[in-house]
Design a protein around this ligand. Structure first.
Ligand SMILES: CCCCCCCCCCCCC[C@H](O)CC(=O)SCCNC(=O)CCNC(=O)[C@H](O)C(C)(C)COP(=O)(O)OP(=O)(O)OC[C@H]1O[C@@H](n2cnc3c(N)ncnc32)[C@H](O)[C@@H]1OP(=O)(O)O
Length: 719
């Protein structure tokens, strides 16, 4: 799939044709080989241009091919063939030149880019390294430090930056192909010696060892067990120390190691999962492709606490007009300042004017009368939210969508307060709301497909990855968090320390262990929820009922800490101690260790030695088990939804794909066997009892994750 045309008499133009991003599939590679042969053999042709159809040069290797038996011509010799050609070859880069696409362009003798094009070597985010010469050619072209930075971060650069770095020879605002053809005509017959990048020496900075050492330290710190960034540094080092051919051998060897690692599979799964969640469906039959969103020109945010301010910023930055309502005048004054500061900071970072004029502030809820969509973001209190929804239903113009930002309250209960429950959906933002990429869009029993579609569309407009989920306590993310937290508490009761549990989880790759994360988000949040649902004992219970609720094991450890006003970082004490309230550096707290010893003694618990594997098994498998329950209940449509939520919202390491993908990697039968074992040891913990979907999947021969939906096949109710 590459088209050949002759332009201006002597320029052979090869157009890559593989929508949507002209990925280098076997057919495209074959097309390039054939068309290059043709261009080089036609005596009238003096130079060649390679471009991509539909305004996109090339999105790189075809990632879908990676999971198959790859056939067709190999990319490396194809690029070498272009570079060694006797006629000049010019890459005309429009839209994107990413991964193998940029490597192809680096094999060309010249590169002309449109001013709006983006270039990069993002392989690292797919668990790979640029494996078609990118790690050897780019440092030769733009220097080792610059290449290291681009390759280890996978960052896309603008055409302007690419020009500055020396990746491209020219940037144009005009028709890129026309400019490339003109350029090709002008260089026909000229010497190509300096333009075959692989034949050039790799320029060395004087402190080359220090450059690599620093780069390695940086990636190791950031990578948390990810293999690809480390291999990227090693491959670039080969460019600095070895002749090109040997450098290529090293690149290939490192690429092979990554390609066959579970991490690359996990990251490639995650790449497609992020896109799959956009193709949402609900058990009632509403779907992304049949539900039309309604345009939203003006939105309102009610409540300008931390979440409301973040949401206002996110909406305004996306160009939406926002009515920001806060009835407390003092809070409103602070919020105006806070939102303006955030908008200004964001604008400075992005080099654009701040969207200050997009926000109108009011202390009156009546100001929402004319908006298309409201996001209520007041305190997590059902009675307060209910009162607001009653008001909104009376005040807003007909058809206004009413959304609530909640981390787990019942959407149907709120919808029932309004005259049009079909217009109500939940929008669970994650703090800070203008930064975090995740949005759970929660549909209720009566939410209309249009309401879901509109909330999903607003989510993408403000740059979020939106996942549509059903209505249950905690939705997907917080529902899964509960058994995970619960196991962590039980492990403390049985002899572990917060430091041990966190260490194991952080070594697994979590950005933060469960206790450090609780300290950061505030222990009082969960305490308030537990109080509201009657789990917290009115006074310090002793005896057998202290650790039992509704006939099941319960750990009151979190409640006891909150009674001591140990809310985490905000109070300077939680599972750890901090140098001051608001301090960020967690230090082990001898008080906490004594407290745990006294607690165990009081409840007749004998501390035992707990090994790392048990911590990992119990925390992760309890979490995964709940994930299967969520699938079984139809709260998430597929495992990708759960995985995306967990990676983006809860710090699950991307290179492990997400909890459901991880379960598949470990082996569903192993997960089942471990859960059965731990449930036998802890029969009073229902969360350890393997759920029936997991059993069903194992009984069906543990199909690969992309076949799970066939096994789930839940009868659908009407939305
Ligand atoms: C023993 C083992 C030995 C192994 C030997 C194997 C030999 C192999 C030798 C290979 C040599 C290495 C070559 C190279 O170094 C490796 C690569 O090139 S990896 C790919 C690098 N490219 C990328 O990472 C780009 C990924 N894509 C994006 O970032 C974005 O999609 C985009 C291009 C910026 C476009 O973004 P949007 O406009 O927002 O659109 P979407 O993201 O929604 O994408 C639209 C659609 O396209 C699909 N898609 C995108 N890129 C690719 C791709 N490279 N391959 C396949 N499909 C792609 C995407 O999935 C969407 O489709 P959907 O999923 O929605 O159906």
């Amino acid at each position: 799939m590459a088209l050949y045309t002759r332009v201006s008499g002597s320029v052979g133009v090869i157009t890559l044709q593989n929508p949507p991003v002209n990925a280098l599939s076997a057919a495209v590679r074959q097309g390039i080989v054939d068309m290059m042969d043709r261009a080089l053999s036609e005596p009238e042709v003096k130079s060649v241009v390679i471009c991509g159809q539909n305004g996109k040069f090339c999105g790189g290797a075809d990632i879908k091919e990676f999971g198959t038996n790859m056939s067709g011509p190999a990319l490396i010799p194809l690029i070498d063939r272009i570079e060694s050609a006797a006629k000049p070859v010019v890459a005309a880069i429009e839209g994107i030149a990413l991964g193998g696409g940029l490597e192809l362009a680096l094999g060309c003798h010249y590169r002309i880019a449109h001013s709006k094009a983006k270039l990069g070597l993002p392989e690292v985010s797919l668990g790979l390294l640029p494996g078609a010469g990118g790690t050897q050619r780019l440092p030769r072209l733009i220097s080792i430090p610059a290449a290291l930075e681009l390759i280890t971060t996978g960052r896309h650069v603008t055409a302007a930056e690419a020009l500055q770095l020396g990746i491209v020879d020219k940037v144009t605002d005009r028709n890129t192909l026309d400019e490339a053809v003109k350029f090709a005509l002008s260089v026909a017959g000229k010497s190509l010696d300096l333009h075959r990048i692989s034949t050039n020496p790799c320029p060395h900075p004087p402190d080359v060892d220090a450059v690599f050492e620093t780069a390695m330290q940086r990636v190791r710190q950031r990578a948390r067990g990810a293999l690809a960034p480390v291999a990227c540094v090693q491959a670039v080092r080969a460019a600095a120390t070895l002749p090109y051919a040997h450098g290529m051998e090293r690149e290939r060897e490192l690429f092979k190691g990554l390609f066959t690692s579970g991490q690359a599979r996990a990251l490639q799964y995650y790449f497609f999962a992020q896109r799959a969640v956009g193709r949402w469906s609900t058990p009632g039959g509403a779907r992304w492709d049949t539900s039309k969103p309604r345009p939203v020109r003006r939105a309102a945010v009610i409540g300008l606490g931390t979440m409301g301010r973040g949401i206002t910023v996110a909406l305004a930055q996306a160009g939406l007009s926002v009515v920001a309502v806060e009835t407390n005048e003092k809070q409103l004054t602070e919020a105006k300042q806070g939102v303006s500061d955030m908008l200004e900071r964001g604008a400075r970072r992005r080099g654009v004017p701040p969207a200050l004029d997009k926000v109108i502030y009011s202390h009156k809820i009546q100001a929402v009368a004319d908006v298309d969509l409201v996001i209520e973001a007041v305190f997590e209190d059902m009675e307060l939210k209910k009162a607001i929804f009653q008001q909104l239903s009376a005040l807003c113009k007909p058809g206004t969508f009413l959304c609530t930002n909640t981390s787990g309250l019942d959407i149907d209960e709120l919808a029932a307060q309004t005259q049009n429950p079909e217009l109500v959906v939940g929008m669970h933002f994650f703090a800070p709301a203008h930064v975090m990429k995740l949005l759970e869009v929660v549909y209720g029993q009566k939410s209309s497909p249009q309401a879901v579609a509109t909330a999903m569309q607003i989510g993408s407009k403000i740059g979020k990855v939106s996942v549509a989920v059903g209505n249950c306590r905690g939705f997907v993310g917080n529902r899964i968090l509960k058994p995970y937290l619960e196991q962590a508490f039980f492990l403390l009761e049985e002899g572990a320390t917060p430091e041990l549990v966190d260490k194991v989880l952080e070594e697994f790759g979590f950005a933060m262990g469960v206790f450090r994360m609780s300290d950061l988000s505030g222990l009082d949040v969960g305490w308030r929820v537990r109080k509201a649902i009657g789990l917290v004992a009115p006074e310090a219970l002793t005896g057998p009922y202290a650790r039992v609720r509704e006939g099941h094991r319960y750990s009151p450890l979190g409640d006891l800490l909150c009674e001591q006003v140990r809310f985490g970082q905000k109070t300077g004490r939680g599972w750890y101690q901090y140098d001051k309230p608001g301090g960020r550096v967690a230090k082990p707290d001898p008080w906490l260790h004594r407290f745990l010893e006294e607690y165990r003694a009081q409840h007749g618990l004998v501390a035992r030695r707990i090994d790392h594997q048990e911590v990992l098994d119990r925390c992760l498998y309890a979490l995964i088990n709940e994930g299967f329950r969520i699938l079984e209940d139809g709260i998430a449509a597929g495992p990708e939804d759960i995985d995306v939520i967990y990676v983006l919202g809860y710090g699950w390491p991307q290179h492990r794909g997400g909890p459901m993908f991880y379960a598949g990697m470990v082996g569903l039968n192993k997960v089942l066997e471990r859960l059965e074992h731990y449930h036998q040891v802890h029969p009073d913990v229902p969360n350890l009892q393997p759920c029936s979907l997991l059993r069903k999947l194992v009984a069906s021969g543990s199909p690969p994750i992309n076949k799970w939906r066939e096994v789930i096949k839940k009868p659908h109710s009407q939305l």
